[in-house]
Design a protein around this ligand. Sequence first.
Ligand code: 8YV
Length: 328
Amino acid sequence: MASRKPLVIVTRKLPDVIETRMMELFDTRLNLTDTPMTTAQLVAAVKQADVLVPTVTDRIDAGVLAQAGPNLKLIASFGTGVDHIDLATARQRGITVTNTPGVLTEDTADMTMALILAVARRLAEGERLIRAGKWQGWGPTFMLGHRIWGKRLGIIGMGRIGQALARRARGFGLSIHYHNRRRVPDEIEHALEATYWESLDQMLAHMDIVSVNCPHTPATYHLLSARRLKLLRKDAIIVNTARGEVIDENALARMLANKEIAGAGLDVFEHEPAVNPKLLRLDNVVLLPHMGSATLEGRVDMGEKVIINIKTFADGHRPPDRVIESML
Ligand code: 8YV
């Protein structure tokens, strides 16, 4: 790759400043219409590219990777989650995979907190009521939500985003509980005054609010299964800004409809962009179109990381954000 500019194929429209810089540095092919690529287009891309820059909307599975040309040596994904890429196959074929960790932590934690508040305090319902012209005026028992101050928040996945959520939630008077594959270091637990639950089942049964902040991996697929969702208290609310696949969406929709769970705030779905029709009919859920990290600043920072990963790789060095094998 060293003697010429690498051919970099970008699958979606990125912020202008990022596209401009990529054009300067690399032989870059952009997707100016932003139409998601079909599988055939992805195959055509991996056949030619030295570097592919996909996003969460591209399924880079074993079938696509099997047709990759000999030049494809780097997949520099625009995003942190890598569940859209078959990492094992990429590794077998000697393709390095990088992502963009760290730069969307605060934005995603903000959105998680926003969803917690939106569900508990019925923000979306209130907004819909006004726009429908149905607001008759203030009343002492009108639109009552629930106080979050003093409640228990159970965070599933205490990585960067989980910890950023915990920092915010403490300011809102929530007590912090978490379940994680590994207990976090003592100093972090102390700083966040966080209680570790080795048993997810036990934690779920005791929480007022549960937030999903873990990646989607084979081990976390339907981690919140129908059985586990049944452990939640009837007055619990659940928010998900991670990946839809971590929750059994059908079971969740059924339980929300039956009022076996009080409410949900969902930014991600199992079959995006499809949303389970049962969820659309419910007032006690707030639905967002996967916009947890959607800030201009965040997207530019993500693009910067993509550029740094490609440039470092093209210069013959190990790119900083190589996806670690333990995620497999
Ligand atoms: C990104 C995300 O917007 O980075 C992630 O894992 O889920 C999103 O917030 C998306 O992945 C971009 O590809």
